[in-house]
Design a binder for this molecule. Structure first.
Ligand code: 13P
Length: 288
């Protein structure tokens, strides 16, 4: 199956009450692990690519070619979208030109009028090409220079305004943050999420910062209209942990254990296990 826009897969997920995982990819191993897990468990999936990760992997075109080649090679039959994560205005345009099937334009740091104007422009370009667009209102917190920001709480009225554009999904800050949650985290503002879900015309909502949100909160969020859940750090943590164990056990020094195909296997297997656990939690298994 060719890569697809995320529009239909998320509209269906929202309608049927499950979530589709966006798993951020960092290299070939990551991409292969996510695609094979989605195929094995017959789950739709979104490959998230930040501008930084795209730069690391050799640019947007390299990413698109790698994903397309791999999908053909492994006969991937489930719906897969390649999605720009937290794109800038120029980055979103470049990703669309390079063949991404979905983009996020993160205008949450602009005043709402400017965010809406810029999002509208991206939507116009995207719609002509059948590409899905994610908009964001209310910033997502996270670590910057060692300080963990709490994350903003989106304004419901601003969500309602931006949802009037022809966007395919909306990310709204509800106290979620990227990376692990601090011990004193107050949890997701379910009251705000519920209100946003009720006032945005059934647009699939996006939950960023999927690492470390308790399972019951994830399920409750899905019940209020979340149809896409982003997971990045958790895969990085399990990959690093499994790789560390392999090396600390001296396995890289045994036989040809230094061969990257062996050295990176425990980490890749750990990503596959985490992706499967998330797909089970989001209830996207057997939905493709
Ligand atoms: P985590 O790194 O916390 O899983 O968040 C991922 C994310 O929201 C990407 O946009």
């Amino acid at each position: 199956m060719p890569i697809v826009s995320a529009k239909e897969m998320l509209a269906t997920a929202r309608q049927r009450g499950y979530g589709v995982g966006q798993f951020n990819i960092n290299n070939l191993e990551w991409t292969k692990a996510v695609l094979l897990t989605a195929e094995e468990h017959k789950s739709p999936v979104i490959l998230g690519v930040s501008e930084g990760a795209a730069k690391y992997m050799g640019g947007f075109k390299t990413v698109v070619s790698m994903v397309e080649g791999m999908m053909e090679y492994y006969s991937i039959s489930v719906p897969v979208a390649i999605h720009l994560d937290h794109g800038s205005f120029e980055g979103a345009k470049k990703a669309m030109d390079a063949g991404f099937s979905s983009v996020m334009f993160d205008g949450s740091h602009y005043p709402i009028e400017e965010n809406i104007e810029k999002t509208r422009e991206i939507v116009d370009l995207a719609t002509a090409k059948g590409i899905s667009v994610e908009a964001e209102v209310g910033g997502i917190g996270g670590e910057e220079d060692g300080v963990v920001g709490a994350g903003e709480i989106a304004d419901t009225e601003e969500c309602r305004q931006i949802a009037k554009l022809d966007i395919s999904m909306l990310a709204a800050g509800i106290g979620n943050i990227h990376g692990p949650y601090p011990d004193n985290w107050q949890g997701l503002r379910m009251d705000v999420l519920k209100e946003i879900g009720e006032t945005t015309n059934n647009i699939p909502l996006v939950l960023h910062g999927g690492t470390g949100i308790p399972d019951d909160m994830v399920k409750e969020a899905i019940s209020y209209g979340v149809a896409k859940i982003n997971v990045n750090t958790e895969c990085q943590l399990v990959f690093a942990q499994a790789t560390r164990e392999y090396i600390l056990a001296g396995l890289d020094q045994k036989g040809k254990g230094y061969d990257p195909r062996k050295l990176l296997k425990p980490g890749s297997d750990a990503i596959m296990e985490t992706v499967k656990e998330k797909m089970t939690l989001f209830n996207s298994i057997h939905q493709a």
